[in-house]
Design a protein around this ligand. Structure first.
Ligand SMILES: Nc1ncnc2c1ncn2[C@@H]1O[C@H](COP(=O)(O)OP(=O)(O)OP(=O)(O)O)[C@@H](O)[C@H]1O
Ligand SMILES: [Mg+2]
Length: 201
């Protein structure tokens, strides 16, 4: 085992880091998430703030690999769809997401699923819109966290959930919470382009 550099988020923030350093760390957190998802296809699935260490040079240390989830390629492919939104115009992709992420075999026309998918689309369209130049998302904005919580509530109430999807959304929400507390500004859709090869430009 090696010692990882950096401080826990609260100690780091007590030193009043400059906004540009918060933004660099924020971008690196988003890169770290996409790296795990699209390259390693394995998630550090314990997004407790104490498991991330923040360094003055913009480096993020990840510790405590007590909960790790390996992802099947089709799970990664379907989750990428939330970012690329090709499913909106492609029925086969929609059916694959329903089958792979929500574990529903013949429910592609289920109105609850459709409503859940529309909520997902609205959320990503509002906060991670596919426009050029890629907008900068202000994670400090409470509106973003409220919308994220609302989306999670809708999906759970309508039972649009599977173990894989739960791990993914828990990790993404954990990261968003860190970005919110950090007060980072991140061009999320610019970063995702480096990771999704067939991302629509
Ligand atoms: N390799 C490491 N390098 C530097 N610091 C570490 C390392 N491993 C753990 N730590 C520090 O020790 C703390 C607790 O370690 P770890 O997360 O592995 O244990 P834990 O039992 O899960 O504790 P917690 O409930 O706080 O997450 C971490 O939050 C981190 O600050
Ligand atoms: Mg821990």
């Amino acid at each position: 085992m090696s010692r990882v550099r950096g401080s826990r988020l609260q100690e780091f923030l007590e030193r009043k880091p400059r906004q540009d350093l918060r933004d660099v760390l924020g971008s690196n957190l988003v890169r770290l998430f996409f790296f795990q998802l699209f390259k390693a296809q394995t998630l550090h699935a314990d997004p407790h703030p104490g498991n991330y260490l923040f360094d003055e040079d913009g480096t993020i240390g990840l510790v405590d690999f007590g909960c790790v989830k390996r992802l099947k390629p089709e799970v990664v492919r379907c989750y990428a769809q939330f970012w690329s939104r090709e499913w909106v115009h492609d029925r086969a992709l929609y059916a694959e997401i329903v089958r792979v992420l929500f574990k529903r075999e013949s429910a592609a026309k289920d109105p609850k699923i459709r409503r859940g998918m529309d909520e997902i689309r609205r959320f990503y369209d509002e906060f991670h819109p596919l426009v050029e130049p890629a907008p900068v998302l202000e994670f400090v904005d409470g509106k973003f966290m409220d919308a994220l919580m609302q989306l999670a509530k809708t999906l759970v109430t309508n039972r649009i959930i599977s173990p894989e999807f739960l791990f993914l959304s828990r990790t993404e929400s954990g990261m968003c919470n860190l970005l919110h507390v950090l007060g980072a500004r991140v061009a999320t859709t610019k970063i995702v382009r480096d990771f999704i090869p067939n991302y629509k430009r």
